[in-house]
Design a protein around this ligand. Structure first.
Ligand code: GLU
Length: 362
């Protein structure tokens, strides 16, 4: 015969299964299981506001403060205990090295707190990929760090920010997101912060990764299909806790009839490295090669990237004799990501062979 305590246990189990538990017990069970996620707001369209609901592409970015942003998606509390913090409020095309340093140092400090399980950063879409790569390279943590933006302001019809934010918090709250480098969640997809790039203007499916997305987020659950193989976060030799300034690195564009005016001007204004956003396979016009060789002799690093979108990589010693000229190739990094890695590389070395190693490893 069943004793009283076993009977009570069975009845409790039945009540749980049927959803008859008293309210306070359910709330307590949910709270105990909830992850603590900090949302760092930096501006962008996700904090944008337009004059009318039909203004999906004409609006002012960086208007809505973080508390209003969080209040507009009450469903976030189903996923995690969220806490908001306004780090700065800008349209991300105006991002500077100082913004990058401030944000990364805050992310690093938060990631060391025992009461923080994951971090979400709301960001303008224009330079989101640069910030994501910078954090991937400099923040030493296993905890999920997720960047998110939107392509339409919250005031627009079919605004995408609320669901993107919901998906980002779900990803940051999930233990499955740990140790995958910094992530970017947009349009139901999870991308590697290293690979992802804004590839389409205006449309909501704006973000693509040349080597493919890592996974998807559907109804608050994250599904994984691949993982990054390049060095990131804990395996990185760069550490934001030890970086106070970033050397100046600029990007000069390659095109038919290109000349060396921009390269020389950047060098004269103090650039320590030049990213050549070359034509196919990082090719360099004959009108530009002599100046780049001269600038390299003056100590400026020359790094060949490519303006070609969508994949592949720049092959060393093809198109230009990099060994002979002592130039570096950016491998598969686009010019804006190459700028991020080059400036971090220069905080540690000015040896072009070392910098080339970094471009192959990160
Ligand atoms: N240009 C603004 C920015 O990047 C708005 C674009 C957006 O966030 O989608 O912050």
């Amino acid at each position: 015969m069943m004793n009283r305590s076993l009977l009570l246990h069975r009845l409790l189990g039945l009540a749980l299964t049927l959803g008859f538990l008293p309210c306070w017990q359910q709330v307590h069970a949910q709270t105990a299981a909830k992850a603590q996620v900090v949302i760092l707001a930096t501006g962008g369209t996700i904090a944008g506001a337009g004059a009318s609901a039909s203004n999906s592409a004409t609006y002012q970015a960086a208007k809505v403060p973080v508390d209003k942003l969080l209040a507009s998606v009450p469903e976030l509390s189903n996923l995690a205990t969220v806490h908001g913090e306004q780090v700065f409020q800008i349209a991300s095309e105006s991002l500077t090295n100082e913004h990058l340093l401030t944000l990364a140092k805050r992310v690093s400090a938060l990631s060391k707190q025992a009461d923080v399980d994951g971090i979400v950063i709301t960001h303008g879409s224009d330079t989101l990929e640069e910030t994501a790569y910078f954090l991937t390279l400099t923040v030493h943590t296993r905890k999920p760090i997720v960047l998110v933006g939107s392509m339409r302001p919250g005031t627009a019809l079919s605004a995408d920010g609320a669901l993107n934010l919901y998906n980002a918090v779900a990803t940051a709250a999930s233990a499955s997101s740990a140790d995958k480098g910094v992530l970017v969640v947009m349009n139901d997809e999870v991308h590697s912060g290293r690979d992802v790039t804004k590839s389409i203007n205006i449309r909501t499916e704006a973000f693509k990764s040349p080597w493919g997305a890592l996974g998807m987020v559907v109804e608050g659950k994250t599904y994984w299909f691949r993982a990054p193989v390049k060095r990131h976060t804990l395996q990185s030799e760069f550490n934001i806790d030890r970086i106070t300034t970033l050397p100046k690195v600029d990007i000069a564009y390659g095109y038919g009839t290109a000349n060396d005016t921009a390269h020389k001007a950047f060098a004269a204004s103090g650039a320590k490295a030049l990213i050549h956003a070359g034509t196919g396979n990082g090719s360099v016009a004959a009108t530009v090669v002599p100046s780049l060789r001269e600038l390299r002799l003056q100590g400026i690093q020359v790094i060949r990237s490519a303006r070609v979108m969508g994949g592949g990589f720049v092959l060393r010693n093809a198109e230009q004799p990099d060994d002979q000229y002592d130039w570096v190739v950016a491998h598969d990094l686009n010019p804006q990501k190459a700028r991020i890695l080059a400036s971090l590389a220069l905080t540690r070395t000015n040896d072009s062979r070392e910098i080339q190693r970094m471009f192959m490893e990160y």
